[in-house]
Design a protein around this ligand. Structure first.
Ligand SMILES: Cc1ncc(COP(=O)(O)O)c(C=O)c1O
Length: 407
């Protein structure tokens, strides 16, 4: 029987019985956070079952402090992007440290943050369908600290109608294009969009958002700085046009971990949307910083995955239990801490393969290795929770409530 026939039979059965009743004999169960907390707190991270996502809280807290210390007195605030950690408990730490609010990428991510006590959330992604716009306006009705990005005049009337129906005046920022991904074109189109929003009785224009995701990872501080400042020139012109037109320009948000200490040179700029600074990852470590051209060491790598060696059948080869579902397929590959000669491949779903010529010590099946992740955001999205550690001991369990929230 062909696969399509199987699938059709299954769907027909589902239609007849109802998908819910097909599932009804199952009792859905998962360990609660309390159960996990009870069994894991106090353990060494080296004794955790793996793959285990661990965050060194001392390092992460230092990273939070560093961004505020470095930006103090520059006039630039911090609006961290929660797409990196998807964890309300960490967002709260960022807000308590002085963030002006947080950014979220998606509506469901915004909902998780607001429903869990984070008061000010700027959604940097846009909503283009009427149901989603209505959902966003319902969220704004519930939480006055929700700000929504928009990048196309086509959706302004839908947003106005939804805001009116919800009985609110909704806060809106215009996303201006920098990297040909999202955003209205800078200059006249952005100005026209901002003016259109400002005329709507149920919308309040709050300013602009301009994210340069291309310059973030340019290797070499000076090279990166020249590029990001050049890329921001049309955005600054747009900002000036809006200001000259008498528009409310209280927000000019953008930037990232790679450019956080450059954005104060952008006229009118108000806050950086740093995300990865919390954890760092291999992609960022290798770009170099202002003081160290080779290693971007302004922030410490706080996020690691503990993995277990499960097979050593072949010489110069180690197999682990952490493949693409633990690390993603992002490049460059994970770093094995303490073993600079190890080359990690996460190409298999459940397995990692390490090849090497030299090892600093000998290994056996069951031994643990600690990995620095290629790219933190999508890897975090693979886990239900992070182990919060201090001096290698688990002290807390941090649920990643926004995990899988990509709608
Ligand atoms: C709109 C926006 N702002 C900020 C960030 C955070 O960037 P980073 O993690 O490089 O600091 C991202 C990341 O993708 C983003 O998409």
């Amino acid at each position: 029987m062909s696969n399509s026939l199987n699938r059709r039979n299954f769907l027909q059965a589902g239609a007849i019985a109802g998908v819910a009743s097909l599932l009804s004999p199952l009792t859905l169960k998962a360990k609660s956070i309390e159960e996990i907390t009870d069994s894991e707190i106090g353990k060494s991270k080296w004794d955790l079952d793996s793959p285990a996502l661990c965050v060194d809280l001392d390092k992460m807290e230092q990273n939070i402090k560093t961004v505020h210390t470095r930006l103090k007195g520059t006039g630039v605030g911090v609006r961290p992007h929660v797409k990196t950690h998807k964890c309300p408990a960490i967002a709260k730490m960022q807000v308590d440290a002085g963030a002006v609010g947080v950014c979220a990428a998606k509506l469901s991510e915004s909902e998780i943050m607001l429903d869990n006590g984070i008061k000010n959330v700027l959604m940097t992604g846009v909503n283009v369908t009427v149901p989603k716009i209505k959902r966003a306006m319902a969220l704004r009705k519930k939480y006055p600290g929700f700000i929504q990005a928009i990048d196309n005049p086509q959706y302004v009337q839908d947003m106005q109608d939804a805001a009116k129906a919800a009985g609110i005046v909704a806060d809106v920022v215009v996303d201006v294009d920098v990297i040909q991904r999202s955003g209205v074109m800078p200059g006249a189109p952005a100005l026209a969009l901002a003016q259109l929003i400002s005329k709507m009785p149920n919308l309040k224009f709050r300013g602009i958002l301009a994210y340069d995701g291309a310059a973030n990872h340019i290797h070499g501080f000076q090279k990166r700085k020249v590029e990001v400042l050049k890329n921001m020139e049309p955005i600054v012109k747009t900002y000036d046009m809006m200001k000259a037109a008498g528009l409310n320009m209280e927000i000019f948000s953008g930037g990232s971990t790679g450019t956080y200490d450059m954005m104060q040179e952008v006229s009118g700029f108000t806050d950086v949307q740093v995300g990865s600074y919390l954890f760092m990852d291999r992609q960022y470590i290798e770009i170099g910083g202002a003081k160290n051209e080779k290693v971007f060491d302004d922030f410490a790598p706080s996020l690691t995955v503990m993995t277990t060696i499960i097979n050593m059948n072949y010489p110069k080869k180690i197999i682990t239990d952490s493949g693409s579902k633990a690390l993603t397929l992002n490049q460059p590959p994970a770093i094995v801490i303490g073993e600079p000669d190890f080359v990690y491949s996460a190409g298999s779903d459940e397995y990692g393969t390490i090849t090497f010529d030299n090892a600093n010590k000998s290994y056996k099946i069951g031994d643990k290795l600690e990995l620095i992740i290629p790219h933190c955001d999508p890897a975090v999205n693979e886990y239900d929770f992070m182990y919060g550690t201090r001096k290698d001991k688990v002290v807390s369990i941090l649920p990643i409530l926004g995990r899988g929230k990509s709608q």
